[in-house]
Ligand binder design. Structure first.
Ligand SMILES: C[S@@+](CC[C@H](N)C(=O)[O-])C[C@H]1O[C@@H](n2cnc3c(N)ncnc32)[C@H](O)[C@@H]1O
Length: 489
């Protein structure tokens, strides 16, 4: 039996719903004995009462399929009951000591799988991905995925570990990363009304204080943001702290909009330098300067792996690319890329735009569209040498997609690459992408349900699925990064 520690001094919360959400029912706080059956989207598991196996479904956090648990109800709505585990009566063999207990039951959000061993986390995500593709995407998506070479394995598309997690060598400096910890180069903290520094409780605006940040890379942990007086003296209630550890140079802290050095002094240069290894694409090291507040892939390996995977899929004629650990070993034939017209949506600071532009060369054209004005300024600077590239600022909408798609010289785009935020591109944007007539589309998605919705629209709009891969870019959370390749029928 595993008895979970009650978070010190917090008590069981009486209301964790977001403001504006329907409040918890009057029986919230009731304990239930539950048998856990399967994982569900969002980090929950599906469970039913031990004494009533066909009874009410409860969505429980911090448990695992196969476990018997005592769980406390946190929310009852007409659609679903939610609960948090308080005691594990029959543990799963995949349960481990949480790498981040503060993200456990009634703790902060963002570490909801920290009690699951890493290989089982990937099986969990594979299962949820397959379930979303089938249930949210519908039969057409499910059939398209089942027909993919390699996806016939039980459970569908495997979720691949990134290189830091598959590292098996003797270098002790990387040991922590084998546990999936120490991999995030970006961390956001909040300052609560009483001055406590931490993160939001799950589905709440309450700030819970933290004592550790195990998912952050060591250089962020070493900043001492949670305890050191040089930082604490600067914090104000309601403040927001973003720590960034770039691949070159010292970590930077963004505190309420001010850019500070690791010594908590105003930074001379409000930019960080990121370097991405694109040797497998024949491009050597790619260099980016960006504002620390702008979007950047948070896993230390993700920029390199994603660049390789997406660019190969877009321009290399290769559906899935090399496996994450092999990205530098399989050279890309640059021939087919030359002269291609590429439309890129949700392009951030140009992570994908730069290698796409370098590979299509001056006989090609790249047009990108991004909503964050600062990211657009950075992307333009990062792409200064590629005059055949146009980085536009603006929201991605059906109208802006159509306008961008018809602005190429010599015809519409050959390829569209889109990497939308968590909610996905949505039906109308996907339909607008389809109307550009692009022969090839590469869709990057970090939410399996949004991926399934967008895929379903592409399949109804004249595309077929050529490849789908999934990367474990967010260990200890329920998130994954998927790359889908679609070709026009
Ligand atoms: C998942 S990030 C991808 C960025 C880039 N591909 C990368 O990997 O660094 C999504 C980007 O979409 C932008 N974005 C979100 N919603 C948008 C919208 N409606 N229109 C345009 N850009 C948007 C965000 O600012 C962010 O830079």
């Amino acid at each position: 039996m595993v008895r979970l520690p009650e978070p010190a001094g917090r008590g069981w919360p009486s209301g964790t719903g977001k403001p504006g959400q329907s409040g918890p029912g009057d029986q919230e706080g009731e304990d239930l004995l539950l048998r856990v059956t399967a994982p569900a989207h969002g980090g929950h598991c599906v469970a039913r009462p031990v004494d009533d196996p066909s009874g009410r479904v409860v969505f429980v956090r911090h448990t695992l399929p196969g476990e018997t648990v005592r769980a406390r109800v946190t929310q009852r709505t007409s659609r679903a009951w939610r609960a948090e585990v308080v005691e594990v009566l029959e543990p799963s063999p995949d349960r481990v000591s949480s790498v981040w207990p503060e993200a456990g039951p009634f703790g902060v959000g963002g570490g909801e799988l920290a009690h699951v061993c890493l290989p089982a986390q990937r099986v969990w995500k594979q299962w949820v991905l397959a379930d979303c593709l089938r249930r949210v995407g519908g039969p057409q998506v499910a059939q398209a995925v089942a027909a993919l070479p390699g996806a016939a394995a039980p459970g569908g598309v495997a979720v691949e570990a990134l290189p830091t997690q598959v590292y098996q060598g003797a270098d002790s400096s990387r040991e922590v990363s084998v546990q999936g910890t120490g991999t995030r180069t970006r961390i956001t903290l909040e300052v609560g009304e009483e001055g406590q520094v931490g993160m939001h409780a799950f589905r709440s605006h309450r700030v819970l204080p933290l004592r550790s940040l195990p998912l952050a890379v060591a250089r962020i942990q070493e900043l001492g943001l949670l305890e050191e007086p040089r930082w604490r003296s600067r914090y104000r209630p309601g403040g927001r702290i973003r720590a960034v550890s770039p691949s070159r140079g010292e970590p930077i802290v963004l505190l309420d909009g001010q850019v500070l050095t690791a010594a908590a002094r105003p930074a001379d240069r409000p930019r960080v330098e990121e370097v991405v290894d694109a040797t497998g694409l024949g491009l050597g090291e790619l260099r980016y300067l960006l504002h620390p507040g702008c979007f950047w892939q948070v896993h230390v390996d993700a920029p390199t792996v994603l660049v390789d995977r997406v660019v190969r899929a877009a321009l290399g004629g290769s559906p899935g690319g090399a496996s994450p650990g092999d990205h530098t070993r399989t050279p890309l034939d640059p021939g087919p890329a030359h002269g291609q017209r590429v439309l890129e949506l949700y392009s951030g600071s140009g992570l994908l735009t730069l290698p796409l532009a370098m590979l299509v060369g001056s006989s090609g054209q790249v047009r990108s569209l991004e909503g964050d004005a600062q990211a657009v300024r950075d992307a333009r600077r990062n792409l200064r040498g590629c005059r055949w590239t146009q980085v536009a600022a603006g929201r991605v909408t059906p109208r802006t997609v159509s306008a961008a798609g018809s602005a190429f010289d010599g015809g519409g785009p050959d390829v569209v690459v889109l990497d939308p935020p968590r909610q996905g591109a949505g039906r109308q944007v996907v339909q607008a992408v389809a109307r550009t007539g692009a022969g090839r589309v590469v869709l990057v998605a970090c939410d399996p349900a949004a991926l399934a919705r967008d895929l379903a629209v592409f399949l109804r709009s004249g595309y077929r699925l050529e490849a789908l891969s999934a990367l474990d870019a967010f260990p200890h959370t329920h998130h994954l990064e998927a790359v889908a390749v679609l070709v026009r029928n």
